[in-house]
Ligand binder design. Structure first.
Ligand SMILES: Cc1ncc(COP(=O)(O)O)c(C=O)c1O
Length: 432
C-alpha cells in the first residue's frame, strides 16, 4: 500500500533509537515513518531541510510548502492577521470573497463558481462526493486503482491505494468501480474505454452513478499525463451519463504542472467540482472546494466549518497566490521542471533500469525496472536511500511501488536543479 512503500520498519534497525520507542508508545502505530533510518528534521528554509545532526537535504518531495519552507510573505500574512482578528465565516469578510474570486479567475469559464473553505483535502473531497450524491441521486463512484483521495469515511472508501477501502465502501453503502489508472497500460484511449466499461457495469447492475473522481495528474497512481486531452473526453462521458466529474486538484493544483494553475487545464477539461488543499496554505491547514453555482442547491442544510475559511487562512491563501503570481512561479516550475525532465530522460537512455519518465513542471515520475524490464520496487527504494545519502529527499509511488516520486518546490533555483541532477545521476550510477 502506498504509504508503506518507503517506510521504516523495526527490523530494518538492530537497535531502535529511543525517540522511536517513545513515538511508538505515545502516538498511534498507524503513523508511518519514511526511510529505513528515519529522518529527524528540525529546521527548513527555502528548498532545504536540516536534520538534528545539522545535515542539509534538498527537498524534492514535500508538495505542501511549494512556495518555500519558512516563506516570509506567508509567515508575515499569518502573523499580522493573527494579531488583527481571527474569527469564522459567520461574519462579513470581504477578503474571503476576494480569495474565492481570485481562485475562480484562474480559469476562464469560472465566473459563476462558488467556494467552500475547509481545513483538509479529505474534507473537501468528502463534501464533493456528497454534493455529487445529492445532485445525481446516485451513490456510485468511479476511481482509479491506486488513487488517494483522503481519510474521512467517504474518501477512505474510494482511496484504492489503501487497504480496506472496499469493506468500508460496502459498510457505507457506496458503489465503487475501480478502473486501471492511465499509467502504463491504462493510458489515454484505453482509460476512456475503461471508464465507458465501468459506467456500463454500474448501469447493468442497477447502480446509480454519482461521479468520477480523479486526481488530474493521477499522482499516487504513478503520474499519468498522456495523451493530453483524455480527461476532457472523460468529463463528456460522465455528463452523458448524468454523472459529475470531480477534479481532485489537491496535488496538481496551484501551478505544479508548470504550465497551468490547475492540473486539469493541461487536458482542456471542464470539471463540475474542483477540490484543492496541500500547497494552498503552504503549511497552514487549509483546503477548499469550488463548484458550479447550480450545485450550491445540493448541499444539505447550511455549511459551517469552525476553522475553514477563518481570517488567518484567508490571509495565508492570498499570500500564497501573491507569491505564485508575483514571482512567476508557474514559469519557474516549467523552466526548472524541463531541465529536470531532460536530465532524467538522458538517464533513461543510459540505463535499462530506468524505463519511463513522465512529468509536467515540478511533478515527475521515474519508473525503475529490473534488467528484464519487470517493475523493480526494491531498486526504486535503493535509489531513494541513495538520494538521501546524497542530501536529497524523494520517495516512491505507483501500483507496483517502482515509481520514483519527485516533487520539487516551485521555487527551485538553477543551482538547486543542478544539485538534484548531479545527485540522481550519481545515485542511479551507484545502484545500477
Ligand atoms: C490527491 C489527494 N487528494 C486528497 C488528499 C487528502 O488531503 P488531506 O491529507 O489534506 O486530507 C491527498 C493527500 O495526500 C491527495 O494527495
Amino acid at each position: 500500500m502506498m504509504l508503506k512503500l518507503n517506510s521504516f520498519t523495526a527490523t530494518d534497525n538492530k537497535t531502535v533509537p529511543t525517540h522511536i520507542i517513545r513515538r511508538r508508545s505515545a502516538i498511534s502505530h498507524h503513523y508511518e515513518l519514511f526511510y529505513r533510518e528515519p529522518l529527524n528534521p528540525v529546521h527548513a528554509e527555502g528548498a532545504w531541510i536540516t536534520d538534528a545532526n545539522g545535515r542539509k537535504y534538498l527537498d524534492a518531495y514535500n508538495n505542501v510548502v511549494s512556495v518555500g519552507h519558512g516563506n516570509q510573505r506567508v509567515i508575515d500574512a499569518m502573523a499580522t492577521q493573527a494579531k488583527t482578528i481571527c474569527t469564522h465565516t459567520r461574519y462579513i469578510n470581504d477578503e474571503l470573497c476576494r480569495l474565492s474570486e481570485r481562485l475562480a479567475a484562474k480559469h476562464a469559464g469560472y465566473n459563476d463558481w462558488r467556494s467552500i473553505f475547509t481545513c483538509s483535502g479529505s474534507e473537501a473531497n468528502d463534501l464533493a462526493m456528497r454534493i455529487a450524491m445529492q445532485f445525481t441521486g446516485g451513490n456510485g463512484f468511479i476511481v482509479t486503482d491506486h488513487a488517494y483521495h483522503g481519510l474521512t469515511a467517504l474518501t477512505q472508501a474510494i482511496t484504492t491505494s489503501m487497504a480496506g477501502y472496499l469493506e468500508l465502501s460496502r459498510r457505507l453503502g457506496l458503489e465503487v468501480v475501480v478502473i486501471p489508472s492511465p499509467v502504463g497500460k491504462g493510458e489515454g484511449d484505453s482509460f476512456i474505454e475503461n471508464l465507458r466499461g465501468a459506467i456500463y457495469e454500474m448501469q447493468s447492475k442497477g447502480m446509480r452513478l454519482a461521479g468520477g473522481i480523479f486526481d488530474s495528474f493521477f499522482t499516487s497512481d504513478g503520474l499519468g499525463l498522456t495523451p493530453k486531452g483524455f480527461l476532457e473526453e472523460a468529463v463528456t462521458l460522465l455528463h452523458d451519463n448524468d454523472a459529475l466529474y470531480i477534479a481532485d486538484e489537491v496535488q496538481p493544483g496551484f501551478g505544479r504542472s508548470g504550465s497551468y494553475f490547475w492540473g486539469f487545464q493541461t487536458h482542456g477539461a471542464d470539471p463540475d467540482i474542483i477540490t484543492m488543499g496541500k500547497p494552498m496554505g503552504n503549511g497552514y491547514p487549509m483546503a477548499a472546494i469550488m463548484f458550479k453555482a447550480l450545485l450550491d442547491d445540493y448541499i444539505m442544510d447550511s455549511y459551517f466549518n469552525t476553522f475553514g475559511g477563518n481570517n488567518v487562512a484567508v490571509a495565508v491563501g492570498h499570500a500564497v497566490l501573491d507569491e505564485i503570481e508575483e514571482r512567476n512561479l508557474l514559469e519557474n516550475a516549467r523552466i526548472q521542471g524541463d531541465k529536470l525532465f531532460l536530465a532524467l530522460d538522458q538517464l533513461k537512455k543510459s540505463y535499462v533500469n530506468i524505463s519511463s519518465i513522465r512529468g509536467s513542471g515540478m511533478s515527475i515520475a521515474v519508473d525503475v525496472v529490473t534488467d528484464d524490464g519487470a517493475p523493480n520496487a526494491e531498486g526504486a527504494l535503493r535509489i531513494v536511500e541513495a538520494m538521501k545519502q546524497r542530501g536529497v529527499i524523494i520517495s516512491t509511488s505507483g501500483l507496483m511501488g517502482n515509481t520514483l516520486k519527485i516533487r520539487p518546490l516551485l521555487i527551485y533555483t538553477n543551482e538547486e536543479t543542478t544539485f538534484f541532477i548531479e545527485q540522481i545521476q550519481s545515485a542511479v550510477r551507484t545502484v545500477f
